[in-house]
Design a protein around this ligand. Structure first.
Ligand code: XBP
Ligand code: MG
Length: 257
């Protein structure tokens, strides 16, 4: 048995609650900038999150709500431009420090580094978004903490396809049993599981009702000693905080059921 040596993190919803107050308003600012009266409110955005990837999400919305736009010869170009504008607005929001890390994230990253574990990222989001989030929350040096950052259009098929996790595993030079994945959504969980990864889910407002069968555990968040997680699913203590030892314990459960 090869022991676990790597933690692979999703970004949006997992490291930080970026969707409702980060990506969503940034899409809306981009629509406004282009003179479009499209407005993604909180419930609508929850529905649109079924499709991962910002450009893919815009296309999905247009197909449902403004299908006439699909006939425009410049539609593909518009999507790319809207998404570039959205990325600029999102990064400006991050620069303002608008989006903090979720409970326990910094603590677990620090502990994992002290324990000599490898850290990696596997996300659907645009690479610049990852760099901005990491440097505004953990400092610019934190980009070097991650051996591999797999992000965005690096693979054509986004989550729930396993491609981004398979790409990350290949770049890390490890096999799936050597890593534990952290996700917040059903699409993310399906992606990680299809790549063969044991997966811990921390839910958020948008994902709490989703189907997490196949997750090793489902928690409210990673928890802190003074702000323990709540257990939603799995064989773990009902409250606590996720440590490297707990991650190892989850992996052992997987290998010796
Ligand atoms: C994240 C996404 C992304 C972000 C927006 O999914 O679906 O689309 O919402 O990012 P996951 P971009 O957390 O499962 O990786 O606009 O940069 O695509
Ligand atoms: Mg996510």
């Amino acid at each position: 048995m090869i022991p676990m040596n790597t933690l692979i993190f999703d970004v949006d919803g997992t490291l930080a609650d970026t969707e409702r107050d980060g990506h969503r308003p940034s899409f809306n600012l981009a629509f406004k900038e282009f003179g479009l009266d499209w407005e993604w409110d909180v419930p609508l955005y929850g529905e649109l999150l079924a499709v991962t990837g910002g450009k893919e999400r815009i296309r999905h919305y247009v197909a449902r709500h403004h299908p006439e736009q699909l006939l425009d010869a410049h539609f593909d170009e518009l999507v790319v431009q809207l998404h570039q504008s959205k990325t600029r607005h999102y990064m400006a929001l991050l620069e303002k420090g608008a989006i903090p890390l979720r409970p326990g994230v910094r603590r677990l990253l620090d502990e994992a580094r002290r324990a000599g574990l490898t850290l990696a990222i596997a996300t659907t989001t645009t690479p610049e978004n990852v760099s901005s989030l990491l440097s505004t929350t953990l400092g610019p040096e934190s980009l070097d903490w991650f051996k591999v950052i797999a992000a965005g259009d690096i693979v054509p098929a986004k989550k729930p396809a396993p491609d981004i996790y398979l790409w990350a595993l290949e770049a890390l030079g490890i096999s799936a049993p050597e890593a534990l994945a952290f996700e917040d959504s059903e699409n993310g969980l399906r992606s990680a599981r299809a790549a063969g990864l044991t997966t811990l889910v921390t839910i958020n407002e948008y994902t709490r009702g989703q189907d997490f069968s196949g997750a090793k555990a489902v928690l409210s968040d990673l928890g802190e000693p003074d702000q323990p997680y709540t257990l939603h699913q799995g064989q773990l203590s009902a409250a606590g905080w996720v440590t490297v030892d707990l991650c190892r314990h989850l992996m052992q459960q997987t290998q010796h059921p």
